[in-house]
Design a binder for this molecule. Sequence first.
Ligand code: SAH
Ligand code: SF4
Ligand code: F3S
Length: 464
Amino acid sequence: MEPAENADRAEGEVNPPVAAKKVFVKTYGCQMNVYDSQRMSDALAVDGYAGTDRIEDADLVLLNTCHIREKAAEKVYSELGRIRDLKAERASRGLETVIGVAGCVAQAEGREIIRRQNAVDLVIGPQTYHRLPEALRKARNGEKVVETDYAIEDKFEHLPQPRKAEVIGRGVTAFLTVQEGCDKFCTFCVVPYTRGSEVSRPVAQIVAEAERLAEAGVREVTLLGQNVNAWHGEGPDGGEWGLGRLLLRLAEIPGIARLRYTTSHPRDMDDELIEAHRDLAALMPYLHLPVQAGSDRILKAMNRRHKAADYLKLVERIRAVRPDMAMSGDFIVGFPGETDADFEATLELVRTVQYAQAFSFKYSPRPGTPGADMTDHVAEAVKDERLQRLQALLGEQQQDFTAAMAGRTISALIDKPGRQPGQLVGRSPWLQPVIVDETAGEIGDIIDVRITRTGRNSLFAEPI
Ligand code: SAH
Ligand code: SF4
Ligand code: F3S
């Protein structure tokens, strides 16, 4: 318990010490799951659960899962097998263990998870995390609980905010989910089914959360959403705000020096947001803007609703207002019907854009999505070969991007101790680790540094 909470209690009044229950949370998938895991931990803390990173000590094991590709989803079941053994072992010592599955596999598969692994006590979907404490009580009474209805109430409003001491312990960078769900229905993707339709959090709620983060020492906030740039809300002026306007508002909060947002859809990059990249120094020059493929035929089959040329034009416009903008992206190879020529178009697009970083995947058919029912699936060996070629090209571009930093002066947010004693690690505007001597400043400082040497992905620097 925080000392502050005990401070005003008279001696003798303090509750007898109760051994706190422990929760082990394992997070798979995207940053939104990372954020959700923290909010669930905050909610559980109110119920007396302390976090642990030793699974064998946990009274509650919570897996926050991802359904995006088959491999991600299957990993959960092998992990559950191991946890079942752990539960049995703890039971032999008279200890209770509740096993909970949260996240997108929970939403997509629901009760099926308990059918496949009977040791699971609790399945809870991403829209109902505010009901976790209640669901947990039921599970501890021996009920098998499945909570996967899309909630009508706003989960964020009902989830307790983290206590200041907890936020302080979490460092100087933070995620803040502003938007959830997706209405785009790309034909390969499960997200519209696991996260439901697009919902934006209200401005006041977001500003209040960002202020709390800033008070706890956070300097850099990354706004999150499956389609973060589709965020919109009513501002205090009564007008309709888009993400660009929201970023301007958040930049006014004392202490917040850097802002980012992810993940964006090319269709939702409006003028206001592009102008924010021109006008707002706090908005970091790094944009994750997935395109998935470079062939118009495949983009159409994917239901991305834009052409390759639209994407290139967009990148051009963004770089015109922010010339140091580094681009990041996601790619899928081997979508049904993808020919060699289609794949070449993807390589061509990559060569044109020059990515600083990118994520690429082999197409994985997901049950319930239109892509899975398409007939002209690409052979696994072809997917492998394409992925290798694409990753080689993207890897080259990433290394070129990092190598070009040598000799430059950049800003770095010092955010953690280094692996070697006497070192600190900072973060460049382009998300590269920047290694400096510990005399360069303190965690939370933003300093100007000169890059003396570059590694594969990290930068070595000296303060100026
Ligand atoms: N909202 C984001 C993407 C979220 S999913 C967007 O629209 O770009 C993250 C990434 O996983 C996607 O960009 C895509 O590259 C990849 N992905 C999604 N479904 C996939 C599938 N069925 N097979 C392989 N990769 C997939
Ligand atoms: Fe999935 Fe497409 Fe929505 Fe992104 S925009 S979450 S890829 S359906
Ligand atoms: Fe995975 Fe769900 Fe995120 S499917 S990528 S955890 S939205």
